[in-house]
Structure formats: structure tokens, C-alpha cells
Write a new protein. Sequence first.
Length: 255
Amino acid sequence: MSPAGGSRCAGGQGMEEKKPVAAPFDGAQIRGVIFDMDGLMFDTETMFLKVLPEIGMANGYDIPPAAARAMMGCDSRKAVELEDQYPGLNHCLNEEYTPNRLKYFYEMFPAPGSADEPGLCELTEYLEEQNIPYAVASSSTRSDIMAFLAHAGRQLHPACILSGKEGFRSKPNPDIFLAAAMELGIDPAQALVLEDSAHGVKAARDGGFPCIWIPDVVEPDEEMRRNIQMELPTLADVKEWLEQARGRKQEKEGK
């Protein structure tokens, strides 16, 4: 149950008008789900966009929101590659932001459930009721992942948790998704990836995974659009889509 006061999980609130969805893959084939975390399960990308430029200013660097957007969906090691373009980024991210990330998180989202993206509770509850295993595959540290999951609006029960800091190449390389599918014991074609970032949707496509993009703070460019297989407004819509697909399959099988 969601704690009172603060959860963003309530379905229907702030949801956009739904548009017809032409799925490029069959939802009935899905045997497991792989969640990205930042910006997909929790509203941490909004925090990142706000806090990183503030850290830059406090340290005498001009770190624009574009620098934060360039980092979304990939490992913090990417900051080294972007240092020439955004001087001070590596220091601000890896020396200032990352070690204090949980402090910023609890300051911005003090109430359990207040960082949840819309539909998180509904979708995870549905998956658990239907015995559909799910994984969390994030570029964040394991300690951050565990802290964020514990702060959700309901107790979550992922079958496995993978951190990009534990030997996986950064997205858009699909290594972490491939490892998650292996942990779930299913083929990539049966593992639905849920993503909000450009690096994530490319990793899913390159790894052979069906993927649904849930918009957050990233405005897709032409390249990202080519990698988006399917788009739904919220995680609650993913639940509805899976329900309908599984219902059609049961009807066909006469159940």
C-alpha cells in the first residue's frame, strides 16, 4: 500500500489523452520486464537537471542543462569523454553530485512514494500478481538503487537488480540488458525493456529487446526516434497494454 501523502502512483492523475498504439511486437510474448530506474521508475532526472547546474555554479563552472541531458541513461564515466565540451563536468558530477546524490534525493523527495513516476505502483503490483518477473537494470550504484527502491510507494520485489557500476559497459551498449535477461532466464525477445533515455532505447534495439519508451525529460531527436519501437505515456499504460495483450491471448486459447 502506498504511504499517505506524497505518492505519485495514483493512476489517471495528470495522464495525457491516450492515442491508438500500433505495437511493433506482441505483448503476449512478454515473459519478463526490465526496468531502467532513473527517470523511468523515479523522478530523479528532474533532480539531476536542477542540481547539477547549481553545483557547477557553486564551483565556478558553467554546466548547462544540456550537459546533464547528455549524461542521461549512461554511466558517470561518460563525463570524462564530455569534459572538453563541458569543462568541470567530471568534477561536478563525480566529485560533488554522485557522492551526495542520496542527500539531494531525500531533500527533494522526503515522503516515501513522492519520487515515484506515475503508474509505478500499478505496474509492479500487476507484474507480481501475474507472476511476471522483473529486473532493475540501472547505471546507478547498487547502494543508490537499493535506497531508491526502498523509498517507493509500495514494497517492490524485483527478481534481480543490476548496476552499471559492476562491470557492464555503459548504455547504449546492451550488456546490462542481456545480463538481466539471462538472470530472468528468458530470451531478449521475451523481455520487455522500459526506458526513458536515448541511450537506453538504442541499447534495447541493439540487444534485440522489445522496448517501450516512456517520455520523461528527454526530447527525442531524429536518431532517437529511429530507435524508439513503441511509446506509451506512463507505466500505468504499460500495465493496461500488457493486460489487453494477455487477455487476447487467453481468448484465442479458449481460456
